[in-house]
Each structure stands twice: as structure tokens, then as C-alpha cells.
Design a protein around this ligand. Structure first.
Ligand SMILES: Nc1nc2c(ncn2[C@@H]2O[C@H](COP(=O)(O)OP(=O)(O)OP(=O)(O)O)[C@@H](O)[C@H]2O)c(=O)[nH]1
Ligand SMILES: [Mg+2]
Length: 422
């Protein structure tokens, strides 16, 4: 291949010189405006044209881009057409399209052939006809993906519309997608043939759910036989407030003599918080360090009480050290019930992680707080199901002692199927 550079005033001059030098088969590789300098004086503008004559023509195929629709799109089979077109330009026949010539830089040469425009328009039309159905399909897929991501879930194989609707209901209640799938699998609803009746599918799932939960969703308030009940959980979930509520209810019922123990010596205000409640209720409070001597001394000094509610410090239980500390503390005294207090305002993901962190702590039951601050609390049922441990109480506000109630089966059903559950 022979390549030559030309510096010319305009393109007609370039075409003439290229044609006479390189012959009628030469092609223009590039052209650009330049300034030519002589004796330190700027001369007028020139055009630099690179031309070549060869068997192999350096034709570039523009990469496909959706925005190219409506512009001249190149198809592989058009490569030889393009080469021909470039040759036509050199022969003096003109076109408005060249893959190697920049029309903008050539500028001056603005000659259009009606015939070649017509040819390009029909090529565009062909391309459009091929790409339109593909674009249409892509639009539909994009829309479907947007729908699914907004529903925060993924449509899995083997699911029909009713399965999907049920999955949506459960996910919207705050139950994690993995658990929802597990439940749907275990309940057998996924293998039900296409029923076309969502209510039937829902009923079938509900029956399975009730049967599953009847063993461990049994409400489990503080047992009348329990003497020492400890409350553990992350920071700020409402442990101390809940203890105050329960103490007040027992004092009001007058059935049992209540005493309080706090092991929360981490926060200065924590002791004062519980002392205030103890004074209002007129019940004794003992402060214990997290060691055997101190805790046993506190228990002994409350020997006249038949119910001891024990407060612990809120800790970051994602930290293994914290779980080890509380494990040690709970092994010191003869504790009858260990209640894990969790706030339903926490993220489901975090609550599930907390449950894992508590796998080494032999807690007996859950207590969920701050129900008043959330509208979806399916994670409550999820945790109960995972831990296979019952729920004792739920709390619904800051008022002592009003905002607490024993758990009910209805609460667990509502947590999964929503307020207006069937
Ligand atoms: N909205 C709402 N707030 C509550 C509930 N229970 C407790 N609280 C509030 O939550 C805040 C923290 O309560 P605490 O009882 O101090 O929590 P804690 O778990 O003892 O906190 P630490 O001892 O610091 O770990 C207080 O403002 C309580 O009034 C509830 O059911 N609903
Ligand atoms: Mg506290």
C-alpha cells in the first residue's frame, strides 16, 4: 500500500492531485485543517489530506450503538459498499457519508448526490427494521426488571402469579426473602399446580403456618414459678423501661413481691434510671457488679422477694467479647428465665445477625419492643421460627406501665399476614 500526504488549499485541488498521482483507485484516509508556517509568518489555512492506493482498503466499521438508530448504521455486508463509495468520491462522484473521511473537517466540499442519499436512506430503513423488534424486547425486559427491583424481590423459576403475590405479601411484612422462599418451599405451596385462585393458595400457606407455629408461638409470659428473670439485649432497645413496666404490673396486681437488680454499671445514668422507678413503685433495688460475689450478694439481700427482675447493660452484641461477657454473667446466678429484648424498629438483617450472635446464649424467650414505631414486623415471626423460642411480651410505647401486653397468637399471625389478616 502506498500512502501519500497532500497539503492543499481545498478538496477539489486534493482530488485532482491524488487522482493524477495515485490513479483512480486511490482513497482518502483522512483530512484535517492545518496552519502552515513559513519564515515565522503564519500563512493561511491549508488542508492536510492523507491518501493511499492499495488492494486492501482501510475501511472502519462504526461500532453499534442504540443512538445510531436514525443515523447511518453500518452493517458488515456494507463494507464493500463503503469502499466503493470512497472510490466514487475520488472519481468525482460524491456522497455524504464516508467512514474514513470527516465531512466536518472537509467542510468546503459539500456536494450531495441525490442517488447516494436515497441509497443510504434505504440502508438505514433496513437496519431500523432489524433493530426495532430487538429494542422493543429490551424495553419490555427493562420494564420488567424495574418492576421487580421496586418490589425488592426476585421472581424465581417455577413460580406463578399467585406464588409471586404471596411472596410479595410476606416480603412487604419485613420477612427476609430467603426465609420467605424457605417457608414457601416447606409449606408445599410452590409445588401446588397453577390454581388461578390466590385466596386458596394463601389459605393453604396460612394453614401450614399455624400448624408450624402452634408449638413455639405459644405466648409465654413470665412463669409464676420463675424467681429470677434476666433481660438482655442490644443498647437502647427498652430493657430498663420494660422492666419498670413489668415491675409496676406485678406491684399493681399485688400477687408477688418484686425486687430489682441492675448489673448495668457501664452507664452512670442507668442505675439512677432504675432507682427512680424502684422509688416510685416502692420496691427494693440492688446494684451488682458482673462478678459472682457481687451478684450473689444482691440476690441474697433480696431473699424476701419472690420475683427478681434483673437488668443488664446494653451492649454491641456483634462484638464477640460482649456475648462472652453476658454469657459469664448469666451463668453466675440461678436465673430461671433469660429474656432477649429486641426492638422491631431494627433492620431485619441486623436482627437476624443478632440472633446468630446470641446462638451461644441460652435465652428462653423473646420480648419485642417499639411495635408502635413500625408498620411491618414480620421479622418477629421470622426470629421466633428460626430460634424455635416463644414470645413473652410486646411493648407499644414509652408509658409505664400501660404500653406492654403479653404476646398473643394473633400478634404472630398479624406480623406475617398484615393487620387485616384472614
Ligand atoms: N416508642 C417506644 N419507645 C420505647 C419503648 N420501650 C422503650 N422505649 C424508649 O426507648 C428508650 C430507651 O429505653 P431504655 O429502657 O433506656 O433502653 P435500654 O435497653 O435499657 O437501654 P440501655 O440500657 O442503654 O441499653 C427510652 O426513651 C424509652 O422510653 C416502646 O415500646 N416504644
Ligand atoms: Mg437500660
Amino acid at each position: 500500500m502506498m500512502v501519500k500526504r497532500y497539503v492543499v488549499r481545498d478538496m477539489p485541488e486534493a482530488l485532482l492531485r491524488i487522482r493524477s498521482d495515485l490513479g483512480k483507485d486511490a482513497v482518502i484516509l483522512s483530512s484535517k485543517r492545518i496552519h502552515v508556517r513559513k519564515w515565522l509568518i503564519w500563512r493561511s489555512k491549508r488542508i492536510e489530506v492523507m491518501a493511499a492506493v492499495a488492494g486492501d482498503l482501510p475501511v472502519k466499521i462504526p461500532a453499534y450503538h442504540p443512538s445510531a438508530l436514525g443515523q447511518a448504521a453500518a452493517k458488515p455486508e456494507n463494507v464493500s459498499e463503503k469502499a466503493e463509495e470512497q472510490k466514487r468520491i475520488l472519481r468525482g462522484e460524491t456522497s455524504n457519508m464516508s467512514s474514513t473521511m470527516s465531512m466536518q473537517s472537509i467542510g468546503d466540499v459539500q456536494v450531495h448526490s441525490a442517488n447516494s442519499i436515497k441509497g443510504i436512506t434505504s440502508a438505514q430503513e433496513d437496519t431500523r427494521q432489524v433493530l426495532l423488534p430487538i429494542l422493543d424486547e429490551m424495553k419490555k425486559l427493562t420494564y420488567r426488571l424495574q418492576q421487580l427491583s421496586s418490589q425488592n424481590t426476585v421472581f424465581v423459576g417455577g413460580m406463578n402469579q399467585e406464588h409471586f403475590q404471596l411472596q410479595q405479601l410476606l416480603v412487604q411484612q419485613g420477612i427476609s426473602v430467603d426465609t420467605v422462599r424457605e417457608w414457601m418451599q416447606e409449606s408445599g405451596v410452590l409445588s401446588m399446580p397453577k390454581v388461578g385462585d390466590y385466596q386458596l393458595l394463601l389459605q393453604s400457606f396460612r394453614n401450614w403456618f399455624i400448624q408450624q407455629f402452634q408449638t413455639f408461638a405459644v405466648p409465654s409470659p413470665i412463669q409464676s414459678t420463675s424467681r429470677i428473670v434476666a433481660f438482655v439485649g442490644p443498647t437502647g432497645v427498652g430493657k430498663t423501661t420494660t422492666i419498670a413496666k413489668l415491675a409496676a404490673l406485678h406491684v399493681l396486681s399485688g400477687e408477688r413481691k418484686v425486687g430489682l437488680i441492675t448489673c448495668d454499671t457501664y452507664r452512670i445514668a442507668a442505675i439512677e434510671q432504675l432507682r427512680t422507678y424502684a422509688q416510685i413503685l416502692g420496691i427494693p433495688l440492688e446494684v451488682a457488679e458482673s462478678d459472682a460475689v457481687s451478684l450473689n450478694k444482691a440476690v441474697d439481700s433480696l431473699s424476701h422477694c419472690d420475683l427478681l427482675l434483673m437488668d443488664t447493660a446494653g451492649r454491641n452484641y456483634f462484638n464477640q467479647r460482649s456475648t462472652q461477657d453476658v454469657q459469664t454473667l448469666l451463668s453466675i446466678a440461678p436465673i430461671d428465665e433469660i429474656v432477649l429484648v429486641l426492638s422491631l424498629t431494627s433492620k431485619a438483617e441486623d436482627l437476624n445477625r443478632l440472633l446468630e450472635a446470641f446462638s451461644t446464649i441460652p435465652f428462653h424467650k423473646f420480648l419485642f419492643t417499639k411495635l408502635d414505631e413500625t408498620s411491618s414486623y414480620g421479622v418477629a415471626a421470622e426470629l421466633i421460627w428460626k430460634a424455635k423460642k416463644p414470645l413473652s411480651y410486646i411493648t407499644t410505647g414509652q408509658n409505664v406501665p400501660d404500653d406492654i401486653s403479653p404476646s398473643t397468637k394473633d400478634f404472630v399471625l398479624k406480623s406475617v399476614f398484615g393487620e387485616g389478616h384472614p
